[in-house]
Design a protein around this ligand. Structure first.
Ligand code: ZN
Length: 316
């Protein structure tokens, strides 16, 4: 976790000096060299007008990596905070201090580690702090376009001292080594690299590929659905055509009948000889007979008319 706790009073935080562009080589990892103080307590102590010992861009402990001077605001521009004890380190690198477990025991005279009262607890503290440092350094490398595996981008204070660009300190490896934690700066740089992969924004191609992969099973379902709908539509269509064909021989309403048959059908309906299944008062026009039956009804009507002396209107 990364949090911002910017110094407002530390004299280096307010001196207006920045490291910009190609001047920024990279980032130092430090360890405070004393046992048992939290990042926030360090920040409180260092954020003071009278504190002229050093500047730093952040403190890290198991709770978070706390950024104390701007370094993730503007690409290629970081607040210069003197942390390396020599001009090259201070003008080309920014640094971050890891806190140390309360279980570590230092010799007050030599500042050397001489003991640890609870290795398990100390290791838990160190590993949690390390993880926050990994996250912070990954963010820094991503933000400023740095490769953590490239030479000289990420250095411990110890490594920088060996290169002659910082004072000859032993942090932070001395804590890792004393606890036989297995942690190394080479491992740290690799972990930062891995974390960057995890954190970096996806490219457009990667986003599209992910969407495609997610949509693929849905696409198959959609295709199946389309096929099934096509089948359904075909069946419905077939039914509609069938009904249409069938209706040609069926007189539902009087208007369905051929024009020549309509006046006589009208008479049959009006006299109640046929009624289409509904009373004339409800629907005077329904016939609901096959055309063949309509013809029979008309033949009967004409037969009755002939027999009663009235000539038929037309040939059937
Ligand atoms: Zn240091």
């Amino acid at each position: 976790m990364i949090q911002e706790r910017l110094f407002t009073k530390n004299p280096y935080a307010t001196d207006g000096r920045f490291i910009v562009g190609a001047d920024l080589d990279g980032f130092f990892l430090h360890s405070v060299g004393c046992a048992g103080s939290s990042a926030l307590s360090f920040i409180e102590r260092w954020d003071n007008e009278a504190f002229t010992g050093a500047g730093i861009n952040g403190f890290i402990d198991p709770t978070a990596a706390y950024v104390t001077a701007p370094c993730l605001k503007t690409r290629g521009k970081v607040k210069r905070m003197p942390h390396g004890g020599r001009p090259y380190a201070n003008n080309h690198y920014i640094g971050f201090e890891m806190c140390e477990p309360a279980q570590m025991v230092y010799d007050k005279a030599t500042y050397r580690l001489v003991g640890c009262t609870d290795r398990t607890a100390a290791l838990a503290f160190v590993r949690a702090t390390y993880q926050n440092a990994v996250e912070l350094f990954a963010r820094l490398c991503l933000f400023h376009g740095k490769d953590p595996l490239a030479d000289g981008v990420i250095l411990s204070h110890y490594e920088a001292g060996r290169r002659g660009i910082a004072t000859g300190h032993i942090d932070p490896e001395h804590v890792w080594n004393y606890l036989q934690s297995g942690l190394t700066m080479a491992g740290f740089r690799q972990d930062v690299k891995n974390k960057m992969e995890e954190l970096r924004d996806l490219t457009k191609e990667e986003t599209n590929a992910l969407i495609k992969a997610a949509v693929k099973p849905l696409q198959a379902e959609l295709d199946a659905l389309k096929k099934s709908v096509a089948k359904h539509v075909t069946a419905a269509e077939a039914k509609r055509i069938y009904l249409e064909l069938e209706r040609e021989g069926f007189v539902t309403e009087i208007s369905d009948a051929p024009k020549w048959a309509q006046p006589e059908l009208r008479t049959l309906l009006d006299t109640g000889a046929i009624n289409g299944g509904t009373e004339a008062g409800q629907n005077p026009n329904d016939v609901n007979l096959p055309m063949d039956s309509v013809k029979v009804a008309l033949i009967c009507k004409r037969y009755v008319e002939i027999m009663s002396g009235k000539p038929p209107d037309k040939e059937l």
